[in-house]
Design a protein around this ligand. Sequence first.
Ligand SMILES: [Zn+2]
Length: 216
Amino acid sequence: MREMEPSGDSSIDILEVFEELKRPPLNLLPKERKLRESGIDNFKSGVLFRRTIFFDPKYRHLPVNDLRYALLHEEGHKKKKKYTTLVLEIDVFVILLSSFLISYSPINQKIQLAITYGLLPVYIFLLLSSLRIFGGAIQKDEYFADKYSAMILKQSFGVRRPSLIVESTLSKITSSRNKDALSYRLGVLFFGGLHPSDEERVGAIERTVDEQSDTE
Ligand SMILES: [Zn+2]
């Protein structure tokens, strides 16, 4: 029998929550942070658009604590996306190096083109499989972002058991996904296991945040 943690008012718009997190004295998001709609993924911090947090408009009216959790999770990624960035950097390095070697090798242009296009599927395979091979390391980024967000929910917003918020947010996002969609299936095929399961994430917050310093 667990008590329910109120997720909060769900008539609030994500923009209000975003502005609240930016405002002093909270200053939980830096001034230059931007928020933009995107239908591609539920919530996302850009690799290229470093200042922006993207969100799917269908989640703009989640309960207030769910929105805080989701936005702060993305902010956690901006603080530290160590492993994911490293993996992508290695991939880019390998691709640039081999393109360089092909372009400057003393072979004629036709053969160069043939090699370049022949390597394309290899590159795509390299990118996708490296994400899977380093999946464990990339999962650490997720745990870090979850913990970062959950600690703030606890310390700045008085949420006693942040794992309940994590659970409620993830379940809403997961249940509204269209599991028959081709994009979803391809995602699972290539990126499956990239994110830890919802249960693992909730469990990690229970152990590392909920149960800590309950005595204060
Ligand atoms: Zn994440």
